[in-house]
Design a binder for this molecule. Sequence first.
Ligand code: AHM
Ligand code: MG
Length: 326
Amino acid sequence: MTIARDNLMSLQSHILAEEAKHPSATGDFSWIISAISLAGKVIAHKVRRARLEGVLGDQGTINVQGESQVRMDVIANDIIMRCLGSRASVAVLASEEQEEPTILRRGREGGKYCVLFDPLDGSSTLDTCGTVGTIFSILRNDAEVPDAERTVCQPGRQQIAAGYILYGPSTVFVITTGYGVDLFELDPHIGSFLLVTSGVRMPQRQKTYSVNEANSASFPAEYQRYLKWAHGEGYSSRYIGSLVSDFHRTLMKGGVFMYPPTQANPSGKLRLLYEANPIGFIAEQAGGVSMSGGVRTLDIEPAKLHQRVPLVVGSVEEVGHVLRHA
Ligand code: AHM
Ligand code: MG
């Protein structure tokens, strides 16, 4: 893990430098990251001003997941659609907040990539100044597949990039393109994401679990056995209720994050394509593990856009402790 203190490197320069290593690269990909970075800056600004602008609270609508939308979900979704919609190589955009994927252009019109995202994960914590984030996953567009939902239903191992932007006391941009994980931080004075850590590594062990333990009575028996074991081993519990925040802590400090099947969500609560897969890709690229229902998250063949899966993600040893109670 390299801490970048000496040389200033912006996210944009970093992506261009990475792309230059691939002689066949056209630069289209860096345009997409630049659009996501622009969206992140606009959303970070909006999140900070949401209370002053009176845009906290419920929108009064229900999204395709059957969950009530908060106003900032809709605002963040709109910002991302506006930032990415004009990028010539984006074929399809798919969002947690929209029932159907949006087709921007077909393969023959230059649409090379699909971008899937959760615009504002953890938004129910916003009213109480909780930390929230945007999660994204980038896939190649298969020009031969005419149906947009089928185009985006690719297993996570085919992601060409994934990441998240965390809106906390500072705004952090974490990204992988399959060559390790890099962490940037927004310098609000110059408006750029600057490289802070290159090659982030997740600690292999840390006696911390992160789960909504209030649901434990309806967890499958293996999770209950694990929790009982962890209680006896002196584990700590940390849970914010915002996946990006809970995962970011796990990435930096180690431990395990879990969202098991529950009575209310028998298949798990988190969505495969724009939550579990990008988080799983980052975890693996940082030396961690991501499992869903006993299989590698990134190997699941998705059946539909808003599919939910259980998730156990984190340090190698800590995920191992959960799995061996199965
Ligand atoms: P959201 O995408 O609608 O914000 O919902 C997902 C969130 C995750 O951020 C978090 O891990 C989980 O829901 C928390 O669920 P619960 O409140 O059931 O613990
Ligand atoms: Mg979410």
